[in-house]
Design a protein around this ligand. Structure first.
Ligand code: FES
Length: 101
């Protein structure tokens, strides 16, 4: 599964993985701006990304817990997700995620 991250400096970085969640993959690949401070339990919002609108249906909407967490973030958009809550699997192959500010 390939995922493209667009960093805050507008750099595109393609990473590849087959398991775990997208935050872990980003941290392993040292994607700037994805910190994963809470270890992936949906309580820090340092893994905030914007999904491209055309990929939204594949990624899906956040859970209630995740939406509540996102409300605390000033840069939230209608395509915001916390990427620790997105599993790395075939359904998201090829998606593009913009790292939130
Ligand atoms: Fe903390 Fe995703 S890593 S909310």
């Amino acid at each position: 599964t390939k995922i493209t991250f667009i960093t805050q400096d507008n750099e595109s970085i393609i990473v590849e993985g087959n398991s775990g969640n997208v935050m872990e993959l980003a941290v392993q690949n040292k994607i700037k701006g994805i910190e994963g401070n809470c270890g992936g339990v949906c309580s820090c919002a340092t893994c905030h990304v914007h999904v491209q609108p055309e990929d939204w249906d594949r990624v899906g909407a956040p859970s209630t817990l995740e939406s509540d967490m996102l409300e605390f973030d000033d840069h939230v958009s209608e395509y915001s997700r916390l990427c620790c809550q997105i599993n790395v699997d075939d359904t998201i192959d090829g998606i593009v995620l913009k790292v939130a500010n």
